[in-house]
Design a protein around this ligand. Structure first.
Ligand SMILES: Nc1ncnc2c1ncn2[C@@H]1O[C@H](COP(=O)(O)OP(=O)(O)OP(=O)(O)O)[C@@H](O)[C@H]1O
Ligand SMILES: [Mg+2]
Length: 244
């Protein structure tokens, strides 16, 4: 069953067309990947789904559980159960990891803050009292953000480049955490250009120059991406392709 449907999404930012008529369906409880080279439009698509400032004016519609998100603010979308973990995780000066996780915690379905931290690869006794600021490394902040998602267990989880800045051993933990999300019923959207992340997806979509180019299984897309996209020297700049 489709939980989130994108209908003919086109997006223009600063007179530059970023997304062209994107149609996509994300199925309830599945792990999806949105893959594509740098500048393909993956993060822009996630920002549009989340309703970030500057991404609210788009053509087409986004349907979540049968309801249009078009007129909903970012807060309303978050309340409905849509979350985005940023490519560059946010910092919250003065807020401790413990307070940050407690604020996210949903007692009905989420993991308790300590368990969420362990599942994300961080030891509670070392991290709960730390501040979610620049004193945490980039990888640590990414793990804290993942822990907050496990504590919340939202209906839709978009993880923008969950592997960036993450060491090889920790990456396995992140894949385990993604499995926990699925087990608890969350629909996962992994945004990536990593073949390793792509392998963990059930359904995958390839975006190039703001256009949806391919749909398929994670493994099938892995082969396609490795064989066709990585060797491709085509410039992923939307205007450059308009001119061709
Ligand atoms: N506010 C903006 N104004 C103009 N162009 C923008 C704006 N935001 C993004 N772009 C452009 O839109 C295109 C898509 O960017 P986006 O960040 O969505 O790509 P991406 O697929 O997430 O890439 P990456 O893998 O590098 O994270 C890029 O060419 C980018 O320069
Ligand atoms: Mg991006």
């Amino acid at each position: 069953m489709s939980v989130l449907t994108l209908k003919n999404i086109s997006l223009t930012l600063n007179d530059k067309k970023i997304l062209y008529d994107v149609n996509l369906e994300f199925l309830s409880g599945k792990i999806h990947a949105l893959v594509g080279p740098n500048g393909a439009g993956k993060s822009s698509l996630a920002f549009t789904i989340m309703g970030l400032e500057g991404y609210r004016k788009f053509e087409g519609d986004i349907i979540f559980n049968g309801e249009s998100l078009k007129d909903k603010s970012i807060d309303q979308r978050a309340k409905l159960g849509i979350t985005l973990a940023w490519q560059e995780p946010a910092r919250y000066e003065g807020l401790t990891v413990e307070k940050f996780l407690k604020a996210a915690y949903s007692p009905e379905k989420g993991l308790k803050p300590e368990e969420a931290l362990i599942r994300s690869g961080l030891q509670p006794d070392r991290y709960l009292k730390r501040a979610v600021d620049k004193t945490l490394s980039g990888g640590e902040r990414k793990k804290v953000e993942l822990a907050s998602i496990l504590a919340m267990m939202p209906e839709i989880v978009m993880l923008d480049e969950p592997d960036s800045g993450i060491d090889v051993e920790s990456l396995e933990r992140i894949f385990d955490a993604i499995k926990v999300l699925k087990k608890k019923g969350s629909t996962v959207i992994l945004i990536t250009h990593s073949l390793k992340v792509l392998e963990h997806a059930e359904d995958a979509f390839l975006l190039c120059c703001g256009r949806l180019m391919e749909k398929g299984s994670g493994r099938g897309m892995c082969k396609y991406f490795k064989g066709k996209c990585i060797p491709c020297n085509h410039q992923n700049v939307p205007e450059a392709n308009d001119a061709k």
